[in-house]
Design a binder for this molecule. Sequence first.
Ligand code: GN1
Ligand code: MG
Length: 372
Amino acid sequence: MILKEEFLKLKEIAEGFDILGNFVTAEVITNGNINSTYAVEFKTVDGLKKYILQRVNTYVFKNPEQIMSNIAHVTYHIAEKVKKMSEEDAVTTLKFYDNKASKLNYYDDGKGNFWRICDFIDSVTMNESNDTAVMKALGEAFGDFQNMLSDFDAKYLYETIPDFHNTKKRLDTLFADAEKDEAGRVASVKKELDFFRENRELAGKLTDMFENGEIPARVTHNDTKLNNVLFDKEGKRPIAIIDLDTVMPGLTSSDYGDAVRFACSTAAEDETDLAKISLDMDKFKAFTEGFVGKTAASLTKKELETLPLGAITITIELASRFLDDYINGDKYFKTRHVKHNLERAICQITLAKDMLDKREQMERFVKSLINK
Ligand code: GN1
Ligand code: MG
């Protein structure tokens, strides 16, 4: 529900952008743990046109203008590629509009409110799917995304959240914050902290490999959840990849791994019935087939071999981020109730444990694909 005051604010902000017509409606979209998102409609001579208006969370994104610069570069690069493809093959991305006053692709009111607006793409988004054909298509879409950016010069990109997927640093931060215990919650999460203590070395392995030059940095999406892909109306074919806030240099295994973590789980990211949480091997195989099929030619053997470890690593990493936010008093992720971050952390720990049990199976499957 949007109250009148908020509605008028949204109207004023939206109409400040270079968009035809008059603002008529706004609706809250609740997907996403960071930014505030609205679907808004404008009335034009050709009928109603829908857009996505977003307020960027400036607690999380300290330099939102750098994000919008990254987005301008990356969306242009992808749009140029898509122009040369057939509509059937093209997985496109978003188009943002300039603000009339600033002539930039955002509006900053100087009081900590940072807004942007892009086209609404008529599509289906999924928080889960048990369809292995969807999993394969998802793998292909993220594989294609990485391929499209493989010739993008990373020097144009700001590292908008430094060390975003530096798992080693994430765990260091968790233990440092546990020492501080600012919200007085540490006594209740000893068991969870033990999990990170036990798996600290394994979780840091990919960071080490990157630092030793064994695996390269690539331009990656860094938030490859199933619901960051828009599908066609039948819910079969990916048509666009959205949420480019974290496009930065990163590891292929992070993109691969985060997609597996989210899409190939049998449960939602914050499931509290732990018996329901596991890695679905059929979904895993279908996703991996799609992703590896698209990227095998351009990745090194080592990168391919470490994909399963990527899934384990990113799951442990996100578990640590949720727990860290819980310990700090819920400052980063939006939460819906008081223990939400703890529940999310426990869910991700449970999933990570199941992945650890299935590590060999996962590795065997990836090997079978690359040795074909
Ligand atoms: C955040 O808000 P959303 O859903 O785009 C987070 C991701 C997490 C994800 C977990 C910038 O993404 O890293 O994996 O929540 N984004 C940021 O749902 O921290
Ligand atoms: Mg995101």
